[in-house]
Every structure is written in C-alpha cells, then in structure tokens.
Design a protein around this ligand. Structure first.
Ligand SMILES: C[S@@+](CC[C@H](N)C(=O)[O-])C[C@H]1O[C@@H](n2cnc3c(N)ncnc32)[C@H](O)[C@@H]1O
Length: 204
C-alpha cells in the first residue's frame, strides 16, 4: 500500500506544472498535483484533477492554472516541453521566461472545455463551503465569458485583467471565485473590492 502524501494539506494546486508561479517550492500545507510525469519538479501526486478521489470539502483553497492553448505536440515547442533543461536548450534568450503550458494535453477547443467542465465539478466537491478557487485564464483560445459560464455556481470575488504582452489583444485574468457564501457580511465586504472596473495593468 502506498504512503498517504501530505495528509494535512488544505491547499491544492490542481495543475502544478513546474511550480513557476510559486515563490515557495515546498510546503507541507500545499499539495501540488499534475497529470504530466516528465516535469522537472515532480508533483506530490501524479493525478488527474478531474477525478482526484480526495474526500469531500477537504481543501480551503484550490489553485487552477489550466492549459489555455490546444493542439500542441509534447516536446514540440518550448511551451509544450515539461522538462526545464530541455526547455532551456530550445529557448532563445531575451524574450521572457520559458514555462510549460500543457498545450499538448488537449487537442481541440472542445476537449479543453470538457476538461474544465469536469474540473469544475470535482473542485466543487473537494472544496470547503467557504473555500476559494484561484484561477488563471488567458483568452487566446477561449473567451473568459465562456469559461465563467462553466463556473455559474461560483461567485466572482476578484477579477484582475493583465495585458502582459505588448501588441497582443488577449488578456490573462486572475480570478478569485467562491463556491458558497454562508456569511453575508463576508460577502458584502469582499464585494467592495470586486474589481470589474480595474484597468488592465500594462507591463506587469
Ligand atoms: C499552464 S500549465 C501550469 C503551470 C504552473 N501553474 C506553473 O506555475 O508552472 C498547465 C498544467 O496543467 C496540467 N494538466 C493538464 N491536464 C491536467 C489534468 N487533467 N490534471 C492535472 N493536471 C493537468 C499540465 O500538465 C500542465 O502542467
């Protein structure tokens, strides 16, 4: 029988990749999972986030940075190369930092939408009632509105658009969604910082 991994962790990174977005790369409170076995930073558990088998309501926070590009071939480009040493060999320096995007995982737009639909269902099950879901989404393949349609049972608390790349029209969004709001006071105060009106941050 395999040993239980980080049994007390209440934060889940459901699509951990190489943990590029994290300042801390190791913490007993955070469980990093991913479906890709060739990553440089091996996930705590190699696992499909749409079917985790975790107990209901286990996590207080789920971080979800899914692939947003489709149709990639594994190792076909720098962004579909999970191993950072291999990425480095392909990289022409001076543009930005290479990162694995998982574009090899879903070949069509519909496959990606189907993955996100299944993930939403699983996150709703394993997140505590007042837990929050932190999502990063880039609109290059699918507009944010379509993704938010999948998350109709969730309340948008924070929405931050970031136009990161010069001369590109697509935005990356950072969103904080809440599954359920039992306490109206919390709901009200968080709504004050609901940021529909925040202007895109250039050069962030
Ligand atoms: C945009 S990358 C994440 C990058 C990561 N946030 C980082 O900081 O390095 C998307 C990740 O989702 C993973 N992924 C795709 N489908 C998955 C699934 N069904 N379950 C778990 N991870 C999945 C990919 O393998 C890839 O590592």
């Amino acid at each position: 029988m395999t040993e239980p991994v980080k049994e007390s962790a209440t934060i889940l990174d459901a699509t951990a990749g190489n943990r590029m977005m994290w300042r801390t790369k190791e913490d007993s409170r955070i469980l990093w999972i991913d479906i890709e076995p060739d990553l440089t930073i091996t996930p705590d558990i190699l696992l499909d986030c749409t079917d985790t088998k975790f107990e209901e309501k286990r996590f207080n926070l789920i971080v979800f940075d899914p692939p947003h590009i489709v149709g990639g071939r594994k190792y076909g480009s720098v962004f579909s190369t999970p191993n950072m040493t291999e990425q480095g060999k392909k990289w022409r320096p001076g543009r930005s930092v290479p990162a694995y995007y998982g574009s090899d995982k879903y070949q069509t737009r519909n496959e990606l939408l189907s993955f996100i639909t299944k993930a939403e269902k699983e996150f709703y099950r394993i997140l505590s009632d007042n837990g929050v879901l932190f999502i990063k989404w880039n609109e290059v393949t699918i507009p944010l509105e379509e993704i938010l349609g999948i998350f109709s049972k969730w309340k948008i608390m924070i929405k931050i658009p970031v136009k990161k790349i010069k001369n590109e029209d697509t935005f990356t969004y950072w969103l904080l969604l809440m599954k359920d709001i039992a306490n109206p006071l919390i709901s009200e105060s968080i709504n004050i910082i609901r940021s529909e009106t925040i202007k895109p941050l250039e050069n962030w």
